[in-house]
Ligand binder design. Structure first.
Ligand code: 23J
Ligand code: MN
Length: 262
């Protein structure tokens, strides 16, 4: 036990650990989830200059920001959904900080998502992944790689059609397996939200929200660079802003990847 952080510092200084940024840049054009018009919308990211080494502040540059909590690369806290509303440790300011660091299992669905924009991850896919890489450990992040983050055109990223978004995600049984049987830390995706585009019509609706958050699990949305992670072994650092009673927040998500054998 003794000296474990010394070993970490040494490994970092020797570049034996690669830091992979899983975060998209926040800007006014950052795509925001589009709900049907009968629901209240989330505000886009905006930034207004307070001063820039000028009359308003001669030696300093800074901005005011506005955005919805669920904008860009962001964290979904359990109280985001009605199923998690009474969890005492389910808000951005009450989540136990131990849960901000956890290992990741990365399920590569990029080929499936390229073939089918409405690809659904099922328990069959998870069990096949586990046969190859081992059982998903309790408390791990499970990240769905789809390469959706490579869609730099916001219209293609949101992929809104007549019948709602065509975006890959998990089916309800996959979420149930991860939340209830594997007892994961949370579920992360490259798309704008943790649920599939057609999840409004699932049973229950929005299972990656309803079931994950009801089980006190987290969500991560709009991740990128999942293609730079190994299937197992990466360590994720994901700590939301400490907003009082917040339902989520934009955040920087980084992964530590072991390169000591390279
Ligand atoms: C509100 C309502 C439905 C959904 C969402 C938010 C999200 O995806 C989100 O960012 O949490 S599906
Ligand atoms: Mn969200």
């Amino acid at each position: 036990m003794s000296g474990v952080l010394k070993k970490l510092a040494k490994a970092l200084s020797k570049n034996e650990i690669e830091i992979v940024d899983l975060t998209q840049t926040l800007h006014p054009g950052t795509p925001v989830i589009q709900l049907p018009p009968n629901f209240a919308p989330s505000a886009p990211f905006s930034m207004s200059e307070i001063s820039r080494y000028d009359d308003r502040g001669p030696a300093w540059y800074w901005n005011n920001l506005a955005m919805g909590e669920h904008t860009g690369t962001h964290f979904d806290a359990p109280i985001h959904w009605i199923s998690g509303k009474d969890l005492k440790d389910g808000a951005t300011d009450t989540v136990r900080p131990q849960r901000f660091m956890a290992p990741a299992c990365v399920i590569d669905c990029s080929k499936d998502a390229a073939k089918d924009e409405k690809f659904l991850l099922t328990p069959k896919h998870i069990l096949a992944w586990e046969k190859e890489h081992g059982t998903i450990p309790k408390g791990a992040w499970v990240l769905m790689r789809t390469d959706w983050s490579k869609r730099t055109d916001p219209a293609k990223f949101l992929n809104m059609k007549e019948d709602g978004p065509h975006v890959p995600g998990p089916n309800a049984d996959a979420v149930r397996l991860l939340a209830e049987e594997r007892d994961v830390n949370g579920w992360g995706v490259e798309a704008v939200g943790t649920d599939a585009g057609q999840a409004f019509a699932f049973e229950p609706p929005f299972p990656a929200h309803a079931l994950m958050h009801g089980s006190n699990k987290f969500g991560l949305a709009s991740l990128c660079n999942l293609d730079r992670l190994p299937p197992t072994g990466a360590m994720i650092i994901a700590a939301p802003l400490k907003i009082q009673n917040g339902s989520g927040s934009p955040l920087r998500v980084i992964a530590l990847v072991d390169r000591s054998d390279d």
